[in-house]
Structures are given as C-alpha cells and as structure tokens.
Ligand binder design. Sequence first.
Ligand code: NAD
Length: 471
Amino acid sequence: MVKICCIGAGYVGGPTMAMIALKCPKIEVAVVDISAPRIAAWNSDQLPIFEPGLDEVVKECRDRNLFFSTNVEKHVAEADIIFVSVNTPTKTRGLGAGKAADLTYWESAARMIADVAKSDKIVVEKSTVPVKTAEAIEKILTHNSNGIKFQILSNPEFLAEGTAIDDLRAPDRVLIGGRETPEGKKAVQALKEVYAHWVPEDRIITTNLWSAELSKLAANAFLAQRISSINAMSALCEATGANVSEVAYAVGKDSRIGSKFLNASVGFGGSCFQKDILNLVYICECNGLPEVANYWKQVIKINDYQKSRFVNRVVSSMFNTVSGKKIAVLGFAFKKDTGDTRETPAIDVCKGLLGDKASISIYDPQVTEDQIQRDLAMNKFDWDHPIHMQPVSPTAVKQVSVTWDAYEAAKGAHGVCILTEWDEFKKLDYERIYDSMQKPAFIFDGRNVVDAEKLREIGFIVYSIGKPLDQ
Ligand code: NAD
C-alpha cells in the first residue's frame, strides 16, 4: 500500500489530502502538523476551516485511510510520497523584507525529512514557492541524508478557497514538474498515478521543475491582474457615467478575453495574491528585470488604491466625516464561503473608517469576534517602505463591535458597507434595515451584490462600485 504524508494541515494540506484519501481508498494518507489545536480540530466535528463540502469528505475517510496527527516524524519516516504544504508568507525582516517568500517553515520541514528518512522518498512542493526553490531543497535534503535518495517534484495547488472541494474533485489541471532524469521521470509517473484515480489524463500536465514553480506564481499574478484591471476601469466608470457591469459584460463576451474574474470590487484579498505577486516582483528584481517587476507591482498598487478610494467615497458621501457615526460592515472574510480573513480588504476599509473616528459594527457569518479584533490590532507591513505602519490604537479597537446578525449591525447606523459577497446579503429585508437606521441612510456596496434601484426606491442613498452615482 502506497503511503502519503502531508506536512501542514492548513487550508491546502487538509482539503487536498482529504480528496486524495476519498478518491484513492487504497492509499493511506496522514496529514501532520506541529499545531496540536489544529490537528485536534481536524479530528473533531468542528474542522479548523470552513469550506463547503469538506465536512462530508473528511467524515467519509477519517480513520479509514485519512489520519490527522502531530506525530510528524513517524508519518514522514513511513511515507513514500511526502507533500509539503507549510505556509510560505512574505518575509517581514532581513534581506528581501516585504517582498521575498519566507522559506523558514519549508527549510525546517526539509531538514526534518532528511533526519528521519530511512528509505528513498518523493518530496512534493505543494506550498507556493519561488522559482528555483527545488534546487535549494535538493541541497538541504542530500547534504543531510545518509545516502537516502530524494526526488523533488513541484505540484502547486490551484484550488480557490470557498470552492476548494469542487476544484479538487474536478480540477482544470493538475501540474507536476520534475527533473528530466530517469529517476525524476519515475517520480513524476508515481505522482501521476495517484491523481489518475480521478483526474482525466489530458488534465495532468507535466513540465520541468522551474516551469511548474513559476506557473503557480504566474497564475495568481494573472488572476489578480484581471481584478486590478476591472477595478481600474471601475474608477473610470464612476468618473464618466459608464457602468462597470455593462463594460465587463461587453468585454467578457470577447472569447479571447472571457467573462470570468471580471467583477469589480473593493479589492482582492486572501493569503496568496499579494504575497505571490510580491514574490514575483522580488524574483524579477533579483534577476535584473526591474521593468518587469514594476509592471507586476502596479497590480498591487491598484488594489491598494481601490480600497482607499472606497473609504474616501464613504467619508465624502457622508458629508466629509464619519466621526462619531455608526457604520455597519457586512462581511469581513476576503470572499464568500470561507472564514479566512488573511489580507481581506475589510481590514484596510475598517482601519480607514476608524481612522476618521467612525464606530463600526461588523457582521460576518463565518468570522469570529476574536479573529476580527486580532486582525484589526495587527501591524500592516508596507512593502514599498519597509517600516511597520501603525496598528489600530486600543481606543479605536473599542469603537468596534461584532454582532450576530446583519440587522443588529445596521440598527442605528448612518451607513452600511457591504465588503463580502455572501449570498445572504442579497436576501436581507432592506426595508427593515432602512427603518432601523439614521437618515439619510447610505449603502456602500463594495461587491455589487444588491439591487441598487430597489434600495433607492426604499429611500437609501446607494453607492455601487463602478456604477453611476446618486445625484
Ligand atoms: P496554512 O497557514 O493554513 O497552513 C500551513 C500549516 O503548516 C500550518 O497549520 C502550520 O502549523 C503548518 N506547519 C508549518 N511548519 C510546519 C512544520 N515544520 N511541520 C509541520 N507543520 C508545519 O497555509 P495554507 O493556506 O494551507 O497555505 C499553504 C501553502 O499553500 C502556502 O504556500 C500557500 O501559498 C499555498 N496555497 C494556498 C492556497 C490557499 O487558498 N490558501 C491555495 C494554493 C496554494
């Protein structure tokens, strides 16, 4: 029986391994992590992450051929194929601070694998890593092993949070990069055989190691670039009276462009887009390509601009000040169907409103109060000027309350900001909300999820990203 071990039981390691266990009942899959609370949660009824469909998959396989454990070394020693899915955040200090990937967790995982391995292993990069990381990992593994042979593969993960289970069940593609040696090809074949249990052959792409590593950074950069492109258009739409939804529809009908990922919004978030573009920028700079680096930097600059533009719109619409006014924030997660708040635009929007002394009342169906308070208290790293920006002061944090439903958040508020596109926000009783608010009552729709015309009929003053404004 083939044994698989995955180091890192996070948003990627947990769901990807659950899908392998589901589709390959004859493969034993162990997911290991140094975080005991995370593993305990994976072994309980309250999984550590919210992802539609994940509970069912885990329930079906757990303790059959899917195991979650803190016994990292035991499972690594026993495995034939080791996926490494640890976090690879942006470095916050030292060389490359603010841009380069911090590979500390990866390096310590690699050293541990070399220490405990008693037989040859295939080591798979599941984390998103800079191009050429496999070369460094090979050095670490081979210089610390006792004659044991390691083959390194790159198998980046393309799942999107919120649709992870569907994405894993029917991926657009599975990408495997390996060395072009006989041993490398054998390792690629072994991993292909795992995916071939459910992924059609024409969807499994094999490349050299560097192409696979770079493709993941490129894919995230292209996705984020599309969002920044439509967001840049949304600013122009507001200035000219064009409607960004109509523009996106017309542009997306061109089959060379396509209609997906063209929704204007308050900005992209999540743990990956910004981090991976920064990483790409750093790699370009290190390779003497400053013009290419500047090109990709612009994607992040537009994203930051979109968030501050939104805050400015809220403040200017509300008679140039939100001081002492209550603002309801609906949605804090970086997108719908996840509880993940990493790099969510809601953090910057809330900080901007708090900076103008608003008091804010937040509701999100999947995000806890602790998480929100922690996110707002955190320092933000400014990658252009590597100094720590001011966190929200303890007094400002007191101006934040977290409620259990949208109606409670909106009660007595002067304005409502919709920052996540949760489906339930489309179905709210907006007449009830209007009646409970101060007048004039404003709605700032940062995701274009509500029917602005209907809300105007109720009496709201509505701002929708990239749409003609109320007079
Ligand atoms: P995460 O922070 O949710 O999970 C990483 C886990 O690794 C943590 O639980 C941590 O405790 C564990 N870990 C760190 N060092 C360890 C060690 N030495 N031994 C055992 N466990 C260790 O991160 P994530 O969102 O799952 O992302 C993991 C990687 O996948 C990142 O490189 C990310 O860029 C990439 N990725 C993420 C997504 C996404 O949507 N989240 C999608 C594709 C790729």
